[in-house]
Design a protein around this ligand. Sequence first.
Ligand SMILES: Cc1ncc(C[n+]2csc(CCOP(=O)(O)OP(=O)(O)O)c2C)c(N)n1
Length: 562
Amino acid sequence: MEMTGAQILLECLKREGVEVVFGFPGGAVIDIYHELPNSPIKHILVRHEQGAIHAADGYARASGSVGVCLVTSGPGATNTVTGIATAYMDSIPVVILTGQVPTKLIGNDAFQEVDIVGITRPCTKHNYLVKDVRDLAHVVRQAFYLARSGRPGPVLVDLPKDVMQAKTAFKYPEDVSMRSYNPTYKPHIGQVRKVAQLIKKAERPLIYSGGGVISSKGHEELTWLARKLSIPVTSTLMGLGAFPGDDPLWLGMLGMHGTYTANMAVSNADLVLAVGARFDDRVTGKVSTFAPKATLVHIDIDPTSIQKNVSVHVPLVSDCKLALAALKKDLEQAAEELDWAAKHKAWIKQVKAWNKEHPLTYKEGTGISPQYVVETIGELTKGKAIITTEVGQNQMWAAQFLKITKPNTFLSSGGLGTMGYGFPAAIGAQMAFPGALVIDIAGDGSIQMNIQELATAVCHNLPVKIVILNNGYLGMVRQWQELFYQKNYCETCMEAQPDFVKLAEAYGAAGFRVTEKKDVAPVLKKAFKLKQTVIVDVRVEREANVYPMIPAGASLTEMLLV
Ligand SMILES: Cc1ncc(C[n+]2csc(CCOP(=O)(O)OP(=O)(O)O)c2C)c(N)n1
């Protein structure tokens, strides 16, 4: 039986197990929308296409499966670019379906035409322009395969209107074969042995884990390795949750706003095991002084990320979970025979001493400390909530002061640092887990970047909670201005702030304002219980700073402390 391109597309999505699509219609995709009611796929109408792509990304990060968004050509497509780059930088599997003008008009400056394939080439794992309806099914199949396999990432499929209207017989390809694309999953056993030997020899070993551990679902193997062999663990922002944040071996995040302990540990370790992390400049600080005493091992599925930013001694190209499992197998016997806690006793003692010297802390002022608000959220939710963040001080305080104990529960724009990410991502996460408590920790600047999605959340009865750490500033930039630009607070004071409580109410959500410390816990508690979208506007101290902080370009040991 012949089907139209639009029907084929929706059938393909169904076969890929897609349950929800975040989107916004327009002329170029109207044929797809015309068919939507005949499909079991749920569509969430956002209020801005940036909301759609971030929601698809949040859905993917929370669920571990591919997120999907659908937008029209031209401005619909360009509005997704920031979100595509966000997903690309953090290796998140999303499929972006964009409408395109009819094939015969491509290149004619047609109405709402844009070369989205060209625009997104540097920020997608791969992208396609489907010119013939007969190619559609295998392109969609490939797109999903590419998005979720190897190092995951966003894949865009551009869909001209006439291709959506054309008809052909439907056949879903059973297999995907792409000749030049063969990710290496299994680790080289010789390299695994080498790493195991290094671990056995090391006196001051450290695990530095990244988002790759979460996307490969390797957290249990990682936890085994750390606990059995008594190896302390630090991680990137993207790696938070792969190792329990309440474990005694957990040192906290490393890098620019990492803990004193983690940064000192990296600087003094004799073996650093980097797993699924990419040596981002926010992590390494001055590259030439990164981990100066250590043998560096880098486990990553993407061979092009190895030796890219730092030169490592032992590369291991592999899926992180499989590499960690292979290491586990190799070390199992030694784990039983050797007293690892005794072997690393001096090292652990040193790590604990650093923690005592400079624990993660903050100075209480007269107003509400933002860190106190984050701590209170942590105490009330006990690791059971899914947390998203915006970008800025709010993001760093969330990363520092929450104990993230499970993977896929801390969703934050790490690589691109996209303000406006957290709220739509929370909508995506809430769609993936309707019963979960999903909280966006926000700044008053960031939340205004996608505030329109309140309508989406209210319309779909999504009980997402937004906690605004409202300092009336673009806080993180103000902090830089304070510390490095002689307090020249140029254009970082947020004037004409909306009344967030009234704004919430205007959209049909609930809103609360907190101006005194004693009200923080009771109001948050009340808000978290409500089965509706809520904004809690907490007026925090205006000039609180994030510490530790490593000035840009400095070494990890050159921390500014509280
Ligand atoms: C889209 C975007 N624009 C600009 C920036 C640069 N930037 C980083 S943090 C920040 C301030 C964020 O302010 P706010 O959301 O109020 O959070 P706070 O730092 O006060 O917690 C800015 C402007 C960014 N990360 N993203």
